[in-house]
Design a protein around this ligand. Structure first.
Ligand code: ADP
Ligand code: MG
Length: 388
């Protein structure tokens, strides 16, 4: 899961990156390009997105034209997609755990700096849509306020100076490789949160690589621990998703011995990009049957090497038959762990069964059990009863 180097020194101040660390900028870029490429009859490849992370708009456009063999120039592409992006600034969602982290640190009086390569004005604009963020940062520093942006350490050293703290007492949290390089060159502790999957090996200079901010353990760095984990689960803002069950590839049920009711990923790419890959749980409503406890993975499934993020809900009930085509509705209410690589199929299967036990127990807690009555789940039942 997470590999931490020993003998950490403790920190007192935190320096955060913005795009890709606190804000889902890459998701926004992906959505714009996904929609745009349809015009050329091309399909966006979520995996190839790593080619454009941390690049300038010009470099990004050049890579897209080349990768997808588009019949236009880089300049033409830029002029066509720029307006598509400008509508989106106010709409960039916070990444999972970002608001929680900011609130936690500022609530405990830990000084936070925001240090981003984008111009100060853009930073202020982007964070203005997120309540309570601006007031939580002791200082904000933009790429236009230093001579050299990341990977130069200058922006982080300047942040430490303005925070009036030694660089070695700062923890940097970064999603990009240039940002990690800059933080290490500044003599700081660096936690990397790569915005794309399977990137961990590239980030070996970071002190720790985590899957999402949900997995940050501040106490490892001498900072106050989160206190919201309950019985190995983290409550999240519930979200809802549903559709007809489609036939899977038999991988879950045949290879792992764990049946998962597949939903088509087609309509869900946007909502899935908002959520960190990992194991979650909640309630599942099946239109003709009832409401059941559910544990599910969201992600790229390293074992099967998927090209798209998928969800694999395992309904915690013994069904005698398949239910392809039936309406399945999910309420996702809690988080268990990040997606991880396993050395063997057996260890993966064992872990999924552990996840099941954690979910089954947690769902009896009032804070999670109330969502069994969520109108969204109930609606699918009553609708069906009406018809039958
Ligand atoms: P995969 O396991 O790869 O999704 P299948 O589609 O062959 O492959 O098997 C999953 C199917 O099994 C689901 O679509 C669903 O109809 C059925 N199923 C039976 N029991 C369960 C369960 N407890 N949870 C989820 N799906 C189940
Ligand atoms: Mg499945």
């Amino acid at each position: 899961m997470t590999a931490t180097k020993p003998l950490m020194r403790l920190v007192s101040h935190v320096i955060l990156d913005l795009d890709g660390t606190l804000l889902n900028t890459d998701g926004t870029v992906g959505e714009v390009l996904r929609t745009y490429l349809v015009k050329y009859g091309k399909q966006w490849d979520g995996k190839r997105a790593q080619r454009i992370v941390g690049k300038t708009p010009l470099e990004t456009a050049a890579a897209i034209v080349e990768d997808y063999g588009l019949p236009c120039t880089t300049e033409e592409l830029i002029s066509e997609i720029t307006p598509l992006f400008s509508d989106r600034w106010s709409n960039i969602k916070a990444l999972p755990g970002a608001a929680r982290l900011i609130k936690h640190l500022s609530g405990h009086g830990v000084p936070i700096a925001l240090a981003s390569n984008s111009p100060r004005e853009n930073i202020e604009l982007k964070i203005s849509y997120h309540n309570g963020w601006k007031e939580s940062f002791s200082i904000i520093i933009g790429g236009d306020e230093v001579k050299m942006g990341k990977p130069s350490p200058e922006i982080f050293l300047e942040a430490a100076k303005r925070l009036n703290v030694e660089p070695s007492n700062c923890l940097v949290i970064e999603d990009s490789l240039p940002g990690v390089t800059a933080g290490k060159a500044a003599g700081m502790r660096v936690v990397a949160v790569p915005s794309l999957p399977k990137q961990a090996p590239l980030y070996s200079s970071a002190d720790e690589v985590i899957n999402s901010l949900l997995d940050l353990e501040p106490e490892k760095w001498g900072l106050p621990p989160f206190q919201d984990w309950i019985e190995s689960t983290l409550p999240i803002e519930p979200w809802y998703i549903g559709g007809p069950v489609i036939k899977g590839f038999g991988r879950g049920s045949k290879v792992l011995g764990i049946p998962t009711a597949n939903l088509s990923a087609d309509g869900f790419s946007a909502i899935l990009s908002e959520h960190a890959s990992g194991v979650y749980f909640g309630w599942a409503g099946l239109s003709t049957r009832g409401i059941y406890k559910m544990v599910m993975s969201i992600g790229w499934n390293p074992y099967f090497d998927n090209t798209e993020k998928t969800i694999e809900p395992w309904l915690l009930h013994d069904f005698n038959e398949d239910f392809y085509g039936e309406e399945l509705r999910l309420a996702i209410v809690g988080y268990i762990r990040p997606e991880a690589n396993f050395p063997s199929l057996e260890s993966l299967i064992a872990k999924i069964h552990d996840d099941r036990n954690v979910a089954e127990k947690a769902l009896d807690l009032p804070m999670y059990s109330v969502y069994k009555d969520a109108p969204y789940l109930k609606a699918s039942l009553s609708q069906n009863n009406h018809h039958s």
